[in-house]
Design a binder for this molecule. Structure first.
Ligand SMILES: Nc1nc2c(ncn2[C@@H]2O[C@H](COP(=O)(O)OP(=O)(O)O)[C@@H](O)[C@H]2O)c(=O)[nH]1
Ligand SMILES: [Mg+2]
Length: 460
């Protein structure tokens, strides 16, 4: 049976954060327009929160009651009806609703068509007359009102003043809410308040609440799976090059670095997509630190340092030109070669410390990504996943990787490297970078690695 669609009107003055809230609640980074300009939202627009592919809660963004003082006066003057619900209905059918109060009528029409009102407040504002009258009008529509206090973390916040005022109006169910972050607890509390204020909505909102946790778990699993896929591709990739051919070696190094960088970028893009963020919500150029503000490349030593990647001077000094470029790419430290007569399997055991290692492998050298770099890359993607899990869909600044968390993940992986990664080192057919058919067991390996990474994301 399809549940009835719950209709919620978002009401509040311009720039209080209505569109932002709507984006975050429906996890839609593309909804409406957000700007610091007045009257961005000119007409009523809606977006739905989906549960199991079904729209469950429709939120309607309204332009608010700009001239609430004028409208309240008008309604008090122009009608003799005692019942305010009837008085508002009468107004909505009047000439004035088409002319003097056309904007206000649009919002009010939406409000009376909804089950519930979220009244969005910028708590940096004083409790001015226009807000009081707006609230008075909303209460008189006889719809349940939940005031959402926005900008609560601002130094200018007057949260307590607002709360006291709301209590005097009988509005006890207010809630602080920051739309720039994804706060599962705050969202759950919001839907619980909606349940409490309208018993008819109890069951469908119960499904919404249950889905909040499931969504989060699902996203965590999907992110872990994408990272597992990436790591297998990279760990298992070790193309060979004829020994004693420095030019070919150098070319392969450069090629590998580019391939790995592109592969990591693909992982990040896929993650952004499944989380419902825009492609430009993660711009690694932001990882740059002050030293090169105009350089839009993130491939600088400064950014590597910023990411906590150690670059020993020996590594830079001893590196060939090609390697130096590689080292600048996303923190890859390339190791080349293996022990004489050894199988490829022995390769991964050689922890490369960022130095160049060229040894014999039946006349060939293998180029691969060292463990240090692999773990760094894993940590970077885990940090990105964590950042996206905590990000609200209204956030406008690109996600910033938490450097401390990145180092934490790196250490966790370094201390207990997933066994399946070691296995990947000796199984070239687990890498999609090799342009050859993938081994069947890769699926099981990917799942195993996904579970390890998922646990890391859960506990940190
Ligand atoms: N710092 C901060 N900015 C916010 C918050 N909520 C909204 N904004 C910003 O305030 C501005 C107006 O938000 P918007 O959602 O367009 O408001 P609307 O006019 O009510 O739809 C935008 O620049 C938002 O990014 C918040 O909780 N904290
Ligand atoms: Mg808006």
């Amino acid at each position: 049976m399809t549940a009835p669609l719950i209709k919620v009107a978002m009401v509040g003055h311009t720039n209080t954060g209505k569109t932002s809230l709507l984006r975050t609640l429906t996890r839609d980074a593309y909804f409406g327009e957000i700007a610091n300009r007045a009257s961005t939202t000119r007409h009523v627009e809606g977006a739905a929160l989906m549960v199991d592919g079904q729209p469950m809660v429709a939120f309607y963004d309204t332009p608010g009651l700009e001239d609430s003082i004028g409208l309240l006066e008008h309604l008090e003057r122009c009608s003799a009806l005692d019942d305010w619900v009837a008085r508002i209905e009468q107004f909505l059918h009047s000439e004035d609703a088409q002319q003097a109060f056309i904007q206000e009528a649009k919002s009010l029409r939406q409000v009376v068509a909804c089950d519930l009102i979220l009244y969005v407040i910028d708590v940096r504002e004083q409790v001015l007359g226009k807000y009081r009258d707006e609230l008075t009008l909303l209460i008189r529509t006889a719809r349940p009102v939940i005031p959402l206090l926005n900008f609560i973390n601002s130094p200018d916040a007057r949260s307590e003043q607002w709360r006291q005022h709301l209590i005097r109006l009988g509005l006890h169910a207010s809630l602080g809410f920051n739309p720039l972050v994804s706060d599962a607890e705050a969202e759950r509390r919001l839907f619980e308040k909606m349940q409490a204020l309208n018993d008819m909505l109890y069951a469908p909102l119960g499904r919404v609440i249950a889905d909040l946790d499931q969504q989060r778990r699902r996203l965590r699993r999907v992110a872990a799976d994408l990272i597992a896929d990436l790591l297998l591709d990279i760990a298992a990739y070790a193309p060979l090059v004829a020994k004693n051919n420095p030019a070919a070696l150098q070319e392969l190094q450069a090629q590998l670095a580019t391939q790995v960088q592109e592969r990591e970028w693909r992982c990040a893009c896929e993650m952004l997509k499944v989380f419902g963020f825009r492609a430009d919500d993660y711009t690694p150029a932001d990882l740059l630190i002050d030293t090169a503000p105009d350089d839009h490349s993130w491939l600088t030593l400064a950014s590597l340092k910023h990411l906590g990647i150690k670059s020993s001077s020996g590594m830079a000094a001893g590196a060939s030109a090609g390697l130096a470029a590689d080292l600048l790419v996303g923190g890859l430290s390339l190791g080349i070669g293996t022990a004489t007569g050894a199988t490829l399997g022995a390769l991964y055991k050689l922890r490369d410390q960022g130095g160049l290692m060229v040894q014999n492998l039946r006349g060939h050298a293998a180029v691969y990504i060292g463990n240090d770099s692999l773990y760094q890359l894993a940590a970077r993607q885990l940090t990105l996943a964590n950042g996206l899990l905590l990000r609200g869909h209204a956030a406008l600044q690109p996600v910033q990787l938490d450097v401390a968390l990145l180092e934490h993940y790196r250490q966790r992986i370094e201390q207990a490297p997933p066994a399946v990664l070691d296995q990947a080192r000796v199984t070239p057919s687990w890498s999609s970078l090799a342009n050859q058919p993938l081994a069947g067991e890769r699926e099981a390996a990917r799942e195993q690695l996904t579970t390890v990474l998922e646990t890391l994301l859960e506990t940190d």
